[in-house]
Design a protein around this ligand. Structure first.
Ligand code: 13P
Length: 249
């Protein structure tokens, strides 16, 4: 059985003290109501080592990492640095990284491979913008993101990967994909992974949905056969909402 996962991407939100309070609240609520889902929070880099000390059941994720292992890359944070801080998961290729910081599929492939070699579990993001959906190009876009982003990985590597489908038009807009739209793309992604790595890898892979997911719509999304959980932005900044989404699983 593949893992069900709910991950909170805090983005560039919370100062250290608020972030520590939020992490403590998530940990407490998660502990009181333990379910089967893996619960991950991805705070800003500056909070990671402090928050590591406050959580146990909840897993720690980062929002990005460097594509190089070390050296003269001012301002960058390597996967190994993240590991040394107790981070287990790293979000790679979020649409905000792709659009604001011009990260392309080849660069993201390097980040994925370096992260895996360091022992981190990448949460690799894909998803189309509205114009691509309207032009009927959504599957081609996601295919390329996955074919290039996952290039050179082995089946064993794939056991440590998580994929997140985040249609860009649904991120932070309040406009959630319908369960049917989510299932259609998640089914496509699983099929593509089966083509690339075989049926067993595809069946064991967790594919998360992200984009305006909240307590009121999570259960219906998670009920879809190929939706294995969520990558949550705005609603992960309130412990009650985030945990309500965890319960929706
Ligand atoms: P929202 O849940 O705020 O739409 O953000 C989704 C997201 O980008 C998670 O990575």
């Amino acid at each position: 059985m593949r893992k069900q996962i709910v991950a909170g991407n805090w983005k560039m939100n919370t100062l250290l003290k608020d972030g520590m309070e939020l992490a403590k609240a998530v940990e407490k609520m998660e502990k009181e109501t333990r379910g089967d889902a893996v619960v991950i929070i991805a705070p800003p880099f500056t909070h990671l080592s402090k928050i590591r000390e406050l959580i146990g059941n909840v897993k720690l994720g980062a929002q990005n990492c460097a594509s190089e292992p070390s050296g003269a890359f001012t301002g960058e944070i390597s996967p190994e640095m993240l590991r040394s801080t107790g981070v287990e998961y790293v979000i790679i290729g979020h649409s905000e990284r792709r659009s604001h910081f011009h990260e392309g599929n080849d660069l993201l492939n390097r980040k994925v491979k370096l992260s895996l070699s360091t022992g981190l579990k990448p949460i690799y993001c894909c998803g189309e913008v509205l114009e691509e959906r309207e032009a009927g190009r959504l599957f081609d876009v996601v295919r390329e993101q996955l074919e290039v982003g996952l290039k050179g990985l082995s089946a064993a590597d794939m056991a440590n990967m998580v994929i997140a489908y985040e249609p860009v038009w649904a991120i932070g807009t309040g406009k959630v994909a319908t369960p049917g739209q989510a299932q259609e793309m998640h089914g496509f992604i699983r099929g593509l992974v089966a083509e690339m790595f075989g049926q067993e890898v595809a069946q064991n892979l967790s594919v998360l949905y992200g984009g305006s997911c909240k307590p009121s719509n999570a259960a219906e999304l998670f009920r879809q056969p190929d939706v294995d959980g969520g990558l949550i932005g705005g609603a992960s900044l309130k412990a009650e909402d985030f945990i309500a989404i965890v319960h929706a699983i």
